[in-house]
Design a protein around this ligand. Structure first.
Ligand code: ATP
Length: 248
């Protein structure tokens, strides 16, 4: 079943066309890697899917709804530096903020909300740190807080912006396993990353973006080096091709 449907989407920022004619669809149980060079528009696309940026053409639906109407079923894990870590709250409270769209701004969390937060903490193995102030956490622990915060919504679509950057191998493995479990439970995942080998290993499909979708297919279908060179806007990059295990 299609969860995310992006058709002919264009986004302008500061008078500049950042995305043009972007098509992308993701089904439940699919993990898709969004790959592209710096400035390709990956974060912009995630923010458009979240309804945080206006689109100037095309359409975006999540479970058949507009981004604004679907906000309560999209989990978003921003890049770690975008979150305010010196805010004096405990881990459990930070994770509860992920449910704001479900609870509403003026209501207090109920038992359902507390249970969802507890389950999310368990899934990222953070129950021992639930009462720790977020400012005292390591980088890997902070990443797990952000993932738990997104999971507390029990989303049908999970958007991850560079979830593995700066993480040690054990933390990467915990998250990789978790994302696999989530897709097995029908969650659709769209993840930006610069870690191409890891993306090729873990994602069902890769979407190569550079202002528009240059290629979209399974890692096996994208073995032609010309596709990667076109996506990254370079004439020739042995290192890029080598890191992908793509042969000329
Ligand atoms: N608020 C803004 N106003 C104007 N231009 C912007 C704004 N935000 C981003 N841009 C520009 O839009 C383009 C796409 O940025 P975006 O952050 O989506 O790229 P990205 O693919 O996520 O890059 P990276 O891999 O470096 O994170 C860049 O050229 C960026 O400078």
């Amino acid at each position: 079943m299609t969860v995310l449907n992006v058709t002919g989407v264009a986004v302008e920022l500061g008078g500049r066309q950042v995305l043009e004619d972007v098509d992308l669809s993701i089904s439940s149980s699919e993990q898709v890697g969004l790959i592209g060079p710096n400035g390709a528009g990956k974060t912009t696309l995630l923010r458009a899917v979240l309804g945080l940026l206006p689109i100037t053409a095309g359409s975006i639906t999540i479970d058949g709804k507009t981004p604004q109407d679907a906000r309560g079923s999209i989990g978003y894990v921003p890049q770690r530096h975008e979150f305010v870590w010196d805010y004096p709250v405990q881990v459990r409270t930070a994770v509860m903020t992920g449910r704001t769209h479900r609870i509403g701004w003026l209501r207090r969390p109920g038992q359902v909300d507390r249970d969802a937060v507890q389950e999310a903490l368990e899934r990222v193995d953070l129950t021992d740190l639930a009462n720790r102030p977020i400012g005292e956490l390591s980088g890997g622990q902070r990443q797990r807080v952000l993932v738990a915060r997104a999971l507390a919504l029990k989303p049908s679509l999970l958007l991850l912006d560079e979830p593995f950057t700066g993480l040690d191998v054990p933390t990467q493995e915990i998250l990789t396993r978790l994302f696999k479990d989530l897709t097995a439970e029908d969650t659709a995942i769209l993840m930006t990353t610069h870690d191409l080998p890891a993306a090729a290993d873990t994602c069902h499909r890769l979407c190569l973006l550079n202002g528009t979708v240059v290629a979209d297919g399974s890692p096996d279908e994208l073995r032609d080096p010309a596709i990667w060179l076109r996506a990254f806007g370079v004439a020739r990059s042995e290192q890029l091709l080598h890191s992908l295990g793509v042969t000329r």
